[in-house]
Structures are given as C-alpha cells and as structure tokens.
Design a protein around this ligand. Structure first.
Ligand code: GAP
Length: 450
C-alpha cells in the first residue's frame, strides 16, 4: 500500500522531522525545503546506495564533486542560455503566474479567468554576481544540472585516471532552477540534488548502452523499494526532447499527485563535448553543436590501440534525490488497522535506507540499572558502524514503537528487568511486530550477516 494523499506524507515528514519548509519562521521561501534529522539520514542513505552501485560496484566509473557556481560561458555553449526556459503566462485578472504547458482549457488555475497573456519564454537559471563588483557582465550561474561540470572536467579526469571507452563520470550534488510554479511538496523545487552519470561511449554503440542503462536503473529503483511494476517507461516524443537529446527514456512513477518523471535516461550524443571543444570543425560531430566555442580544450578521446581521435557519445542516467525520496516514502507508507481497532502508521523502508537502524528502549526511564544497561547495548551496536543507533528513553514503550514505526526503524530493542539477570532483551520487528528474546552476541551476528 502507498500513501493515499500527498497530505499524509507532508504531515508525517514534518511531524517526525524529515522535511520542513525552509525559513518557515519568516514565512518560508517558495519551492525550497530543509531536511531534518531523519530526512538527512534518508537522503544520505539514498545517495550512498546510488554511489555504491554506480561507482564502487564498477571499474569503469570515476566520481567527482565539482562547483555549483558556473562560468557563464559553460552555460552559453551548453545551450542553456538560449533554450533552458519554460513558457510563462500571466493571468491579467488575478496576476497568477503559470507555466503555459500546465494550463488546462486556457483558464487561470487560480481564478478561472480566460484573460491570460500570450506565453513568453522565461529562463530557469539563477544568476549571481561573483566578486566585489556588481556589474551586468560580471555574473555566474548556479548550475541548473550537475552534468555540465562533468563535461568540463572530462579531460582532467581522463588525464589523471586514463580510461578506455566506454567509461563514466558520476556526480551527486545540488542543482538550481527558478521554476515558475514549484509545487507538489519536494517534487518540483527550486533547489534540489541530482545523481548523474555521464557515460561516454563510441558512436554506434550508443543505442545499446542506452538500453543497458535503462534496465540497470529500473533494477536499482527496485532495490530501493520502487518495484519494477511501479515504473512506466516513457519514450519521450521527438518534439519534447531536450535540445541536447537524440532520445530519452523517462522513468514515470505514480506520485500522490499524478504520474510524473522520476528519472530521465538520455542519449546526449556528442552534443555537449562537441559544443565545449575548441577547434570543433576539426572533428566529425553529429549533433548540431553551439558554434564558435570559446574554450581552450578539445574534449576528445584518443584510442591508443587504433590511434583514432574522436568526440564520444554520452548516455546520461539522471535522477533527482528529492523525487527519489518522495517515491520511496510513498511506497513505504503504510497504515494498518490493528486488532484493537487502532491504526498503525509505518514506513516499510528497506533497512539500508532507514534513518535509524536500531532504537534501544529502556522499559523504565528512571531506573538507573536498566538505563545504563541500555546505554551499554546501544554503544556496542554503535560500534558496528551501521548508521544511526539511538537510545529512546521516554519511559513509554508504546509511544516509542509508534515513533519508530513512523520513521521506519527496522528494529527496536526493549531492555527490561530480566535483561539485567540474563543478558537478553526483546527485539521487535517493525513490519511483523513479532517479538523475540535475544542476546547481544546473537544480535551482532545477525547484523553482521545482513
Ligand atoms: N542532466 C539532465 C537533466 O538535468 P532533467 O530531466 O531536467 O535532466 C533530471 O532532470 C532529474 O532531475 C529529473 O528526472 C528529476 O528527478 C530531477 N529534477 C529536475 N528538475 C527538478 C525540480 N525542479 N525539482 C526536483 N527535481 C528535479
């Protein structure tokens, strides 16, 4: 079962410390969110799962962490200055601003008026001044995608870590878009994180690699709790492709507000490396590149065996961290009616994504012996370095179970008077609520095995 509405997720996320509106005490900032104690853990766990699969489990991918502030020439030659825009429409009656492609029946989404302006293009990039002089020419952009910093570092990575084609460069980091209508909680925001791989292949092998990454990415989402049958593949129609793409598969997921893109897997051809290369005319480039490049590097690959020098094609799986979190929270959200008629809310997160791995709960909050034994157990488990392990010393077992069900803690351990006698405690499973008596050695063995 997934959540019935976005409100259920928003409410749980705020109540339990996953996600807050940013600067709420000053009225917030639209389309921007902060991640609380459990939100940051879920986010980090998701990013680690991506990095592990895309970098650590492979021999053909290197990672980078590049800057957010970006030279304006990069985004000029990438085509973003000219094309990275959405059509904007204003309602002349209530002044509401809307994306033209989101309007239904030519009516204002707020007041229903048909008195709308003609659409005009609105560039989504954030500009900022760099250095002490604030003049019109002295600006940089906050990157609208992490990808461009990978392309501009193509030669750096290759020179320091020689690779054979195919190989990839991965990056996780912030991206910024001045969305006209940020909406649907963390689905469409102005500041977000992307997990992107640029995988460089030889022209001719590109279609095969495109399909390979499509399969791989669907498989990966399955491991995060978004099953294969929950994802629909959209082969993006030609007239809707981004300016750099020859073909894109969008992984579409049914979010609480509707079916929308979770991740895009694009065939960017030789567009980006071609557009950013000096002496472009010396190379055979298939894409319609941005001409007259001002860079001082040729982003080419030389095959040492054949001596062939060429601009590789790029396959790009690009996923949003926030959209991933939203899909995972939606899938994990469950409400169960218990035998006593009460409803239990729980997040059935995959354990590797759970913000808290183990909660240790002393039966009595003021009993020194029980509490100090509980602290000892907690310390031993913390020593295993499995992530967050907490002591939940509220003295209210039921309340603690409810909290940890709602934040998705897979295991709760309750320390009672018998624990002091026989060195065992009660282990409660989040999903089945089954309880078993266990000692620390057995628990450590179980954790090490999992
Ligand atoms: N480098 C390719 C690229 O940026 P995109 O389809 O524009 O392609 C990739 O973005 C992913 O980034 C999307 O599938 C989505 O998960 C995420 N994303 C894009 N815009 C977003 C926004 N405003 N808020 C949250 N996530 C966003």
């Amino acid at each position: 079962m997934s959540a019935q509405s976005m409100e259920q997720l928003v409410s749980l996320c705020k109540r339990r410390g996953f996600i807050y509106r940013t600067n709420e005490i000053y009225g917030g900032l639209q389309g921007i969110y902060d991640f609380g104690p459990y939100g940051v853990e879920l986010k980090n766990n998701l990013k680690n799962a991506w990095w592990s699969e895309m970098v650590y489990q492979r021999d053909d991918v290197e990672g980078i962490d590049a800057s957010i502030l970006t030279n304006k020439l990069v985004l000029k030659h990438s085509g973003h200055e000219d094309t990275f825009s959405d059509p904007l429409v204003d309602c002349k009656d209530c002044k509401n601003r809307m994306r033209a492609d989101h309007i239904k029946n030519s009516k204002c989404s707020l007041c229903g008026s048909s008195n709308l302006t003609e659409p005009r293009e609105f560039n989504l990039m954030f500009k900022t001044n760099v250095g002490p002089i604030e003049d019109e020419n002295n600006y940089a952009y906050l990157r609208p995608e992490t990808a461009q910093q990978i392309f501009t570092n193509f030669k750096n990575v290759l020179n320091s870590n020689p690779k054979k084609i195919p190989f990839g460069i991965a990056q996780i980091g912030k991206a910024f878009r001045n969305e006209i209508t940020p909406r649907n909680f963390i689905f469409r925001v102005r500041e977000f994180e992307q997990m992107e791989l640029e995988f460089f292949v030889k022209k001719g092998d590109d279609e095969e690699w495109h399909k390979y990454w499509l399969e791989k990415r669907i498989e990966w989402w399955g491991k995060q709790g978004v099953a294969k049958d929950k994802i629909k593949i959209l082969n993006v129609p030609e007239d809707e492709l981004s300016h750099y793409s020859k073909g894109t598969y969008d992984l579409m997921y049914e979010f609480p507000h509707g079916v929308e893109e979770l991740e895009g897997i694009a065939n960017r051809t030789d567009f980006d490396l071609g557009s950013h290369s000096k002496n472009q005319e010396d190379y055979q480039i298939d894409a319609k590149v941005i001409k007259n490049n001002e860079s001082n590097e040729k982003l080419v690959f030389t095959d040492n065996e054949t001596n062939e020098t060429y601009i590789p094609y790029v396959i790009e799986p690009s996923a949003g961290v926030e959209r991933g979190m939203l899909a995972i929270l939606n899938e994990a959200y469950n409400e169960e009616v218990l035998e006593n008629g009460k409803t239990r809310t729980l997040l059935k997160l995959k354990p590797h994504l759970s913000p808290v791995k183990v909660a240790v709960i002393p039966l009595k909050k003021n009993d020194e012996k029980i509490v100090s034994y509980a602290k000892e157990i907690k310390k031993k488990i913390q020593g295993l370095n499995i992530g967050r392990v907490v002591l939940e010393n509220t003295g209210n077992i039921g309340k603690s179970y409810r909290k940890h069900d709602e934040i998705g803690t897979p295991v709760c351990l309750t320390i009672d008077f018998d624990s002091l006698e026989n060195n065992s405690f009660t282990k409660r499973d989040r999903d089945t609520m089954k309880q078993e008596r266990i000692d620390i050695e057995t628990l450590i063995k179980q954790i090490n095995k999992s």
